[in-house]
Design a protein around this ligand. Structure first.
Ligand code: NDP
Length: 330
């Protein structure tokens, strides 16, 4: 009899009403791919919360196993890059959206989507990082590629106590940046300062419609929030600065003007983690393994089990998750 494994499955009925169930599957139920990975750990991203609650149209093929991040061990490979026993990480590529995702004991994937798990990280560490940490790293690399460094001035991070925000603070602080952390959870000030924030800014200061230009406060920014917050971050960016835009926790819209760009030479840097090239992924994971202290991972991560995944996905949408959730699957 074929081995079975548990998976979370999102389905939709004829009236497009969504349901989420735990099901038992066999390898024959999986979608096409040339590498099978036994999933050791996964995590809950904001996007996974959107998929499970159905709040935004993340899922584009039905039914779907959600989960955009996984770490695990190759158990079958028809791909020359991988062999059984290799430890790998997967972030994005439409997994959990159009291709069966991480919330399952076994995942069948394309070999070219996989990155070797850096030696210093366990599967749990890699999932504490997950898409959030890897996106924060892509954002830091984009600011550096724009020519900015800590000597130019402070950096601002929005959505600070979320996954991307927590890693953005730690990664910037590690390289010597003074970091202003923008949060709605000012009670988390100690957590944010322990990660490396120098100053806590109440997000209410930035979340309402503001002026096209305001007092110059920072030279660099990593924004996980979008909407008025990003517009206000741009308006307060110093001459020649840059802001990496990677999220939309407040909203998708950008109610801004061209003033910061044409009057202060500010740049807006777009960050996409889902379809980023293998080269950029490997560069980001290399820098993560150089720059992240184990103590930071332990501060950011909260451990749960497979049975807690659906509840945690709902909690992240309700803004109840601090840092990152790691679910061990074995
Ligand atoms: P989290 O939910 O962990 O963090 C989001 C944070 O944003 C919250 O913790 C909160 O921070 C803040 N926030 C939430 N709602 C609002 C609001 N209405 N107004 C202002 N701030 C708000 O999510 P992630 O860190 O995993 O992801 C952050 C964003 O980045 C998401 O929009 C996600 O979709 C996007 N993303 C994009 C990627 C890409 O490839 N571009 C990759 C990964 C994520 P606080 O409580 O501190 O205020």
């Amino acid at each position: 009899m074929a081995e079975t494994f548990r998976a979370i499955l999102i389905s939709r009925d004829d009236d497009k009403k969504q349901s989420v169930d735990v099901v038992e599957l066999t390898p024959d139920d999986l979608m096409d791919g040339d590498v099978d990975v036994k999933v050791a750990a996964t995590t809950v991203n904001y996007k996974d919360g959107l998929a499970i609650t159905g709040k935004s149209p993340v899922v584009r093929r039905w039914p779907m196993i959600p989960g955009v991040d996984l770490a695990g061990t190759v158990v079958r490979s028809d791909n020359a890059r991988w062999k059984p026993g290799d430890e790998v990480v997967l972030n994005g590529w439409g997994v959990g959206e159009t291709h069966y995702g991480a919330y399952a004991g076994l995942s069948r994937l394309k070999g070219e989507w996989l990155v070797a798990l850096p030696e210093r990280f366990s599967a749990r560490d890699a999932m504490a990082i997950g898409t959030a940490g890897y996106t924060a790293m892509l954002s830091v690399l984009a600011l550096e590629a724009a020519g900015l460094s800590p000597k130019d001035g402070p950096a601002v991070v929005t959505g600070a106590s979320g996954g991307v925000g927590s890693f953005a603070i730690a990664l910037l602080a590690k390289r010597g940046w003074e970091v202003l952390a923008v949060t709605g959870r000012t009670a988390e000030a100690d957590y944010l300062k322990a990660l490396g924030a120098s100053e806590i800014v109440d997000r209410a200061e930035l979340s309402d419609p503001g002026k096209p230009l305001s007092k110059e406060r920072w030279i660099a920014g990593i924004d996980a929030v979008g909407s008025h917050t990003l517009a206000n971050v741009l308006a307060a960016t110093r001459y020649g600065g840059a802001v990496a835009a990677c999220g939309l926790a407040q909203g998708m819209e950008l109610p801004s003007s061209v003033a910061p760009f044409i009057l202060r030479g500010v740049s807006l840097l777009g960050i996409d983690s889902v379809m980023a090239s293998l080269e950029r992924r490997e560069a980001a994971w290399r820098r993560l393994s150089e720059d992240l202290d184990q103590s930071v991972l332990d501060q950011i991560a909260t451990d749960i089990g497979f049975d807690d995944l659906i509840g945690a996905a709902r909690d992240i949408i309700d803004g109840k998750i601090r840092g990152r959730i790691v679910a061990k699957m074995t």
